[in-house]
Each structure stands twice: as structure tokens, then as C-alpha cells.
Design a protein around this ligand. Sequence first.
Ligand code: ADP
Ligand code: MG
Ligand code: MG
Length: 515
Amino acid sequence: MSPSKPQEAYPPGITAEEFKQLLSTIKDWSVAHGLTVRPPSTLIASDVDPHDVLATTAPVTIFPSPFPRICFEQAKSIQRAYNQLYASIAQDEDFLREIVQEILEVDEFIAELWQVHLKVKEEGYVQNLSLGLFRSDYMVHRDTQDTAPVIKQVEFNTIASSFGGLSAQTSKLHRYLSLTNYPLLQDSIPAQSLDLPANESTKSLASGIRSAFEAYTQAQSSDKCCVIFVVQDQERNIFDQRHLEYELQQGSTSIPVFRLPFSLVLSRTTIVATPKRQLLYHPPHNPSLPFEVAVVYFRAGYGPSDYPDRSAWDARIHIEKSSAIKCPSILTQLAGAKKVQQVLATPDHSSRPSMLSRFVKSSQEEIGDLSRTFTNIYPLDDTPSGLSARKLALDPTKCQSYVLKPQREGGGNNIYRSAIPPFLKSLPESHWKSFILMEIITPPPVHNMILRNGIIEQGGVICELGIYGTCLWNHKTKEVLHNEEAGYLLRTKGDKSEEGGVAAGFGSMDSCRLV
Ligand code: ADP
Ligand code: MG
Ligand code: MG
């Protein structure tokens, strides 16, 4: 360790030569282990066929970021309660109807999702089992230097919760570097000196899908069943999905998995015209030898751009009304609306029991554990709490502490701080109720270096921890057949950037060094 450096400097200072060495190690390791994405078109030389450039290192931090152990444990320990909570919300049609009705006249996308539910309900649902591959996202919050850090929830994802495949690889990369490269730096980090928690997100998420597959096949006579991944056409994050797929296809209990672009759902699947309504997948190379679809895993369908025309909505209805187990079902997707998160978090000043106690029956302690992860979130409707939140949102000083969120997923949709008042004023007031206003969480400062598209960004960073959860439940009997915490994701972005989505191009993959 150089004498000018404080003993605990982390990440350590590194020389230009050490940088070079680390970068080449990271680039090769990532490609060799699938910590990769399809390259952005801007990175591909104009004289090269884009199909020949298949993979590049996913944006990743050079070191694992320090993360408070107490917060990591808190987030993991509460995941099963969160799984159960969202499974219960997804089963509460009355609650979801109330929420949707408030916003459907100004939010066409939410209205269409609800229509899918109503249409399928009319014909009658034929599958009672639902699968959730969830991810609850948090940032660290500290009231003062003297108080212990706690986690505050950013959002809860119920559809296309991504990066579980890449996240396990990122943990492995940092572990590898901690054994091979960090000990050799001038500011050496001795091998085994970092506390790097295991991360089995790929295996655990696959085991969630497997539990649904087994539940389906036990109940059916068909011996030729499969899982379908419904994907976007031009998916750059394909390797994240591939890891999950390969995990399902491994070993003696290998499950057939097929990737199906959302736009091809109606041409490659059919529904058997019996009361059971089995979904059949016809592989393009052998359409007359179909597989019965046990599980449909959506990695598409979460945003309006996936539904360019009516036929996309017809495709969603087609899947929803079949007997395949959906991950997620339409109601589970709607349970993940930001409006639901706000209704759970907004303090209830009336004499009614809090919204959480409607869904969490197990214990008061669990209600306390869950609600401690909430930060202030307000509606912007014409209720008393909505009207006072409008004042906060329009105030040029107070708005600096807030983020405005529409009912959308996938990153890049939020409005931050001083952009909120002009944005709201540009909309008719009748549309404001489709947004929620959330206090900005400001985690304690952390430093790291991010490798993105061959360029290093260095300085203050903000980390967001995601904990995966898998849950399989029966909404007729209310029975929960599988409920597990399923590993973690750490995403890190520069502290000047508001958004943190890796796929959206702002964030990077990271792993936790527990402190
Ligand atoms: P999406 O469903 O599009 O991912 P999020 O609610 O996760 O929407 O918001 C996107 C990003 O915005 C988050 O990953 C985080 O970086 C930032 N963000 C959202 N809410 C907050 C908040 N309350 N405090 C700080 N940052 C936030
Ligand atoms: Mg989301
Ligand atoms: Mg998010």
C-alpha cells in the first residue's frame, strides 16, 4: 500500500499499467463466461456485418462496491414476505379494479391490460396456478451518521425482472478478480480479504420456473411439454436470458425451452379447442410436431412499445386464456404497477386498517418489517394527500427532493426534481392522477470505476440492490406451492445520472462487498 493512501482506501488507486491489465482480464473473462450483451450499433464499424459482432462485455464495475451487510441481510430476509404480499395482491381482483379504475381513462396501456383480464374472465380462466419471478429493488438510506443504515424500496418488479443471469456471473467475475488480480496491485487487496456473498440468482430463478413446469406436468397427461420465453425482437440483453434457459436445459431433468418473439406468438402457437385450452408451440423447423406449453415466461410485453397493433394484444389474450402457467399473469403484472406501491406506502389517516394488513395476515411483525422499507410516496389525485402532494410537486424548491413516476416499466420513464413542475404543467390536470410522487432516496457516497463500451468512468456512484424472489401460487385454493428468495443484483450508476437501468444504458452490473 502506498504511504500517501489512507489504510482503508477502497477501491484502491491503480496505475495506468494496472488498469490495462485489469481491463484485458475483465474483457476476456466476460466473453468467456457470458457476462455479455449484444453490442450497441454505434460500436460496430460500418464495414462489418452487425450479425458477425455478437457479444461485448456488459457494463460492469472494476471492483465490487461496498454495501452494508445489515442492509443486504435485511433485504434478503424480507423477500419471502414480499413474494407472499404480491401473490396476495395479484389474487385481489377488487383491489386491483379500484386502482385501475382510477387511472384507466388517462392511461391507455393500463386500460388495455385490464381489458385483457376482463376478456379472459368472460371466457373463464382455465389455469389456477400463477408464477412470479419478482425483483424488489432498494437503495441504502441513512438518517444521520449516527444511525444504522436501512434499505428503502425503489420499486417492486412483477414482470421481466431481468439481470438474474448476468448478476450471478458478475459475482463470479469479482470473486475471480479478488483471487487473481486485486492481490497483485500495488495497493494490494489480499486474496480472501473481501466479504463477497454467494449469488445463485440463475439457479434460483430457474428453479422457480422448474417448480411451475413440474406442477403443470404432474397435472397433465402430455409427456411432451416445454417452457416458452416470450422475448423482444431486437433484444440486446439476450445472454442474461440465455443463462436462465441453459440452466433449465441442464442435467437429467432437462426441460425443453424455446425463445419466441412476441410478434410471432400467434403464428407459432395454437390453442387446443377443448375446455382445457392447452397452448401448443409449433417449432419452426417441425411445426407438425408441437410441444404443449407448461410455462410462458414473459421477457416482453411490459411496455406499450411491445404492442404496436391490435394483433399484439390478441397475442397476449391468446396466451392469457390458455392453460399454460403465466409468468406473470395479467393480474400479477398489474400488481406491480407503481400506483399499487404508492397505495401500500401512503399512510392511511382514516380508521380503516392499513392496506398492508389487508394482504399480510401472518403477523404484525411482518407488516412492520415490510413497511419499514417504504419511503414516502404520494398520489397526485384529488384526495387530501394527493392535493398536498401536488403542492410539493409544483414548488420549485420542494420538488428537488422528488421523482415523478408514470405506470411504466423498463427504465427511462421518470421525471426528476426541477423537471417535475414544467412537466406537470404541460399536461391536463386530469392526467396527473396517473403518476405517483416519490421521495428521492440519497444513499451514502460510494466510489468505484465502471467499464462501459471500452471506456472507464470513475468517481461517485449510486448502488441499487435488487433481491429476486420466486413464487408459485394457486388463486383458487389460495395455496402457495413455492416461495423462495432467489439471489441478488447490484446495479451501479454514476452519481450524476438519474436513471440506473443497465439495458437502458445508464447503469452497470456490480456485486456486493459486504462491509
Ligand atoms: P422502472 O420500473 O422503469 O425501472 P424505477 O422506479 O426503478 O422504474 O426507476 C428507474 C430508476 O430511477 C431506478 O433504477 C433508480 O435509479 C431511479 N429511482 C427511482 N426511484 C427513485 C427514488 N425514490 N430515489 C432515487 N432514485 C430513484
Ligand atoms: Mg420496474
Ligand atoms: Mg427499476
